[in-house]
Design a protein around this ligand. Structure first.
Ligand SMILES: [Fe+2]
Ligand SMILES: [Fe+2]
Length: 365
């Protein structure tokens, strides 16, 4: 039997039901009868009922109450209310509650047939519309997942590119191994203490990883020279922040950290390089990098001197607060050095610093 043509007739008067059943069955529909709302709800529970014709005035649950239950359970079941001429205001209320139409007793059967046909058509449209939206939603979800997946892959590719850049530098400059990562982690800790957003902490970490990448463009003879550098060699090495910037400029994701990288050798008193920026004209990220960078450089062996002890390096930072470094940032670095008491604030600079191994030396002018 074609379920789509099924109609449930609900009326407490059997003659009314019989009339409708006889007429509609002859028109090719499959009619089921219920003598009250409760019986009708039981049937609705068991069978797929596309269309209901229901009396309004019935003993027990009346037509309006029945309609509400039907709409709650089966929103796509269309309900046509059957009403006496004197009850048209109730019929209008029923339509407000979601009935599709109403037909007036005594029935004009032609009108009933038209109403039923249109109810089936409307139901079909609503179902098709819902299916279309469901498919659309599915498609959107599918596309969103694809985009998320692609973004993850791109991010991974990007991080791999960064990693291979760093490895290229480390292969060339044995002194750099571990330096970039220590600078990155110490700078991130400072950024967190300064309440940078997670996104900005991540950017500064990347800046730390990449800040010396420009040394790729400096001759190995300068980078690995055991003795004191000549003026010309020193000038060549001082080009590395600008070379870093040039190397990284084509990478769109890194645009916001270029300035931090370019200026990581500026000094707070204006005597640094490459542009001799002074004080807060130096980007904050660059001022942070400068502190972490110098601490790591001082505590690393140099060809011309052994590594300073941590205490001595911290003293040097303090002595140079306001000269080479932003004094506020030196305070932050020293506060963070031993970590805050209790695990909730995480490790201190010292712990992070010590967790990343050295190669032999770290050369950073
Ligand atoms: Fe550097
Ligand atoms: Fe460095």
């Amino acid at each position: 039997m074609n379920e789509k043509k099924r109609i449930l007739i609900v009326d407490d008067e059997s003659c009314v039901r019989e009339l409708l059943v006889h007429f509609l069955n002859n028109k090719g529909y499959d009619c089921i009868q219920a003598e009250n709302a409760q019986c009708a709800l039981n049937i609705l529970h068991q069978k797929n009922i596309p269309i209901i014709i229901s009396d309004i005035r019935m003993p027990g649950l009346d037509g309006i109450g029945f309609l509400q239950e039907v709409k709650q359970k089966e929103p796509f079941t269309e309900v046509i209310m059957a009403t006496a001429l004197t009850e048209t205001s109730t019929a209008v209320e029923a339509m407000r509650q979601g009935a599709y139409d109403y037909v007036v007793k005594p029935f004009d059967l032609k009108t009933v047939e038209t109403s039923v046909r249109r109810a089936f058509e409307r139901r079909q449209l609503l179902i098709e519309n819902k299916e279309y939206h469901d498919r659309l939603e599915e498609k959107v979800q599918e596309k969103t997942s694809e985009l998320v997946e692609k973004n993850t892959q791109l991010r991974l590719l990007f991080l791999n590119t960064i990693q291979s850049l760093v490895q290229t530098l480390e292969a060339k400059d044995k002194y750099t191994e571990g330096h970039s990562r220590r600078v990155a982690e110490m700078s991130s800790l400072m950024a967190k203490r300064l309440r940078f957003s997670d996104e900005d902490v991540e950017k500064l970490r990347l800046a730390g990883i990449l800040h010396d990448i420009g040394k790729i463009g400096v001759r190995e003879a300068c980078l690995n020279k055991p003795g004191t550098l000549t003026e010309a060699e020193s000038e060549e090495i001082k080009q590395h922040p600008l070379i870093s910037e040039r190397i990284l400029t084509p990478i769109e994701e890194l645009q916001e950290i270029l300035a931090d990288i370019r200026h990581h050798h500026e000094r707070y008193d204006g005597n640094g390089y490459p542009h001799g920026l002074r004080g807060v004209d130096i980007p904050l990220g660059a001022r942070i990098l400068a502190v972490a960078d110098s601490y790591d450089a001082m505590t690393s062996d140099r060809p011309y001197r052994p590594a300073l002890t941590a205490d001595k390096a911290l003293d040097e930072l303090e002595v140079n607060a306001g000269k080479q470094f932003d004094p506020q940032l030196i305070k932050v670095f020293i506060e963070l050095y031993d970590g805050s008491p209790g695990a909730k604030n995480g490790p201190g600079v010292k712990e992070v610093f010590e967790s990343i191994p050295f190669s032999q030396q770290s050369l950073c002018l």
